[in-house]
Design a protein around this ligand. Structure first.
Ligand code: AMP
Length: 116
């Protein structure tokens, strides 16, 4: 297990700057620093969870909150009607580069399926 400080824990704690769009006691939403779509937002759990692989039934309310916040942001960003992509990468082959649970909210253009 890595002992390096977690980047997203640093953002949650405000030790690392980020463009914060929403936060509550469980979830933080920020703009991705390297957007891959006109709208690219990250929904981050306030608690450190390494990835979706660590989730249990007890995290149901947290996930409900993350998806509900994503839906609200999709509406406020004006991407709800055309549709958008929600994705959580897990592990090396899944393309995860930050080991702290997050969901990408991406929109403003069409996406391919399956992803590359
Ligand atoms: P993933 O590769 O799925 O783990 O997603 C991590 C995301 O975090 C990438 O889309 C990065 O562009 C984004 N990211 C990395 N550092 C920062 C940062 N300091 N602020 C905002 N987003 C970041």
């Amino acid at each position: 297990m890595s002992t390096a400080p977690c980047l997203f824990c640093g953002i949650v704690a405000k030790d690392v700057p980020a463009t914060r769009l929403y936060e509550d006691d469980e979830v933080l939403a920020i703009r991705d620093i390297a957007p891959r779509a006109p709208t690219h937002i990250l929904l981050i759990s306030r608690r450190h969870i390494t990835s979706a692989l660590e989730l249990t039934d007890a995290d149901g309310p947290l996930l409900g909150r993350m998806f509900a916040v994503a839906a609200d942001l999709a509406r406020s960003e004006g991407i709800a009607d055309d549709g958008f992509r929600l994705v959580s990468n897990v592990g090396r082959w899944g393309g995860q580069s930050v080991d702290h649970l997050h969901i990408h909210l991406m929109g403003g253009r069409a996406f391919e399926w399956p992803p590359g």
